[in-house]
Design a protein around this ligand. Structure first.
Ligand SMILES: Nc1ncnc2c1ncn2[C@@H]1O[C@H](COP(=O)(O)OP(=O)(O)OP(=O)(O)O)[C@@H](O)[C@H]1O
Ligand SMILES: [Mg+2]
Length: 262
């Protein structure tokens, strides 16, 4: 079975695009294909008019250095310091030794601190990553994307561990940073309201295919309800109509008895 099929998508340099769709739609797969982390079994992929998979391996590596893929759960070694984790965002374009050396440069530490400050984490610079909360780890992953200097930022589910206020701030920071340096930003999101509020363009996937590709301002509640018709629990109550969230019998959700936590 193919995770995505028949998808035709063209993104201009500097565009800010949200990819939405129910769980299993193929959002992460599409992002990984664009990051050259997954090789398509068929079809063509062009980045700056170049077909990455037709290049010699070394040139593919160089191309990857111009892309930054931020996975949903950033792979942060447990005992690593936050500063190291953030500066690792430069690994792809600096090379291992240069990026390790950069840890000792005050100038680079300042870059890491600035990126963290934009996510309200400046005081965590020398904290160990395993002492961070889930939301803090997620924001460290985003700070990493900020220092990456890549022209194409591909960010998978950046808001899943954040509360609504932090989520709004984080998405504004990410979009602001991409715009400042003219980078292209493609982000998968479950929060459709955040997609409509902050992004220029929304690409909707379902079952591995594009359902719509439209300006955010043109995406109606109706289009979203239709997209999530088979997964209504993934859509916010506002869009769905609050009644849909009231279980017919409380027992169905297992809330008829008080819960005990020991
Ligand atoms: N490594 C894999 N091997 C086989 N099938 C996979 C693999 N990764 C994903 N899939 C399948 O491909 C489809 C698309 O998965 P994908 O992770 O791209 O969805 P998604 O839209 O990102 O979902 P979610 O919102 O839950 O993150 C799903 O049916 C999934 O089960
Ligand atoms: Mg995913």
């Amino acid at each position: 079975m193919l995770a995505i099929e028949g998808v035709s998508l063209s993104v201009e340099r500097g565009e800010v695009v949200a990819v939405i769709g129910p769980s299993g739609a193929g959002k992460t797969t599409l992002l990984q294909a664009m990051a050259c982390a997954l090789k398509p079994v068929a079809g063509e992929l062009f980045i700056d008019d170049v077909q990455p998979w037709a290049l010699p391996r070394r040139q593919v590596q160089r191309l990857r250095g111009r892309l930054f893929l931020a996975p949903q759960s950033p792979p942060l070694p447990p005992r690593q310091r936050v500063v190291t984790a953030v500066l690792a965002g430069r690994l792809a374009d600096m090379g291992l030794w240069a990026s390790l050396r950069s840890l000792f440069y005050p100038r680079d530490r300042a870059v890491a601190r600035d990126a963290l400050a934009r996510f309200d984490l400046a005081d965590k610079l020398f904290e160990r990553v395993d002492r961070l909360s889930g939301g803090e780890r997620q924001r460290v992953g985003l700070a990493r994307a900020l220092v990456a200097r890549a022209g194409l930022l591909l960010v998978d589910e950046p808001l899943s561990a954040l509360d609504p206020t932090r989520a709004r701030e984080a998405i504004a920071t990410l979009i602001g940073a991409a715009r400042e340096r003219g980078a292209t930003l493609i982000t998968t999101l479950h929060q459709v309201e955040a997609a409509r509020a902050g992004f220029e363009r929304i690409v909707a996937l379902r079952g591995g295919q594009i359902v719509f590709d439209a300006k955010a301002a043109d995406v109606s509640d109706e289009m979203l309800r239709e997209l999530y018709a088979d997964h209504p629990n993934e859509l916010s109550a506002d869009l769905l109509g609050a009644a849909a969230f009231v279980p017919s019998r409380p027992a169905e959700l297992g809330v008829d008895r008080p819960m005990t936590c020991r």
